[in-house]
Write a protein that binds this ligand. Structure first.
Ligand code: HEC
Length: 150
């Protein structure tokens, strides 16, 4: 009876503690892989405190792989994209290079179109302005909103 009670208490304590950190993580493709690959040696809190560019996230994930984090090349890419998308530094559309823009998920053509628009109009003033860039897929715009500044 008492050992059963201890077991129940333990189970509920673990049940309460573990999902909390996971719940704080934003949903997105790559979240399950991130949780699988990056929580074996340390918690996620120290990881997601940071806001980093995709290049920095790539370097960190590569470093973790060399320390023993396990995943296929595809999983590694998914984790990098998940981190860059959710814990990325905002990109200033008026200063971004082509590779800054492609790191956010634009195709090279779309990145070129943004830069061309910026040069022709003097600047991209705001999000409305960005949505006028010819050839920039509307479906991508919503996802960019939290990640860009002007
Ligand atoms: C095999 C164990 C292991 C796994 C799996 C692992 N890490 Fe780490 N991680 C470490 C160790 C050890 C440190 C401490 C490194 C140090 O202090 O120099 C660390 C530190 C870090 C840091 C802080 C230090 C820094 O370099 O900025 C970040 C961020 C980080 N890990 C991210 C990740 C991510 C993202 C993943 C999943 C891809 C991951 N870790 C998976 C072992 C691991």
């Amino acid at each position: 009876m008492s050992s059963k009670r201890i077991a129940v208490t333990l189970v509920s304590a673990i049940g309460l503690v573990l999902p909390v950190a996971a719940q704080d993580l934003p949903d997105g493709p790559g979240k399950p892989v991130f949780e699988k690959m990056c929580t074996q040696c340390h918690g996620v809190e120290g990881i997601v405190r940071e806001k980093l560019t995709k290049d920095r996230w790539t370097a960190i994930v590569d470093d973790m792989v060399s320390r023993g984090a396990k995943g296929t090349d595809e999983e590694v890419d998914q984790v990098i994209n998940y981190l860059a998308a959710n814990f990325g530094r905002k990109v200033n559309v008026n200063k971004a290079t082509t590779s800054d823009l492609t790191a956010m998920g634009l195709t090279p053509d779309e990145a070129q179109a943004v830069i061309k628009y910026r040069v022709e109009k003097g600047s991209v003033k705001d999000f409305d302005d960005l949505s006028k860039v010819p050839g920039l897929a509307t479906a991508k715009l919503a996802g960019l909103k939290p990640r860009v500044e002007f």
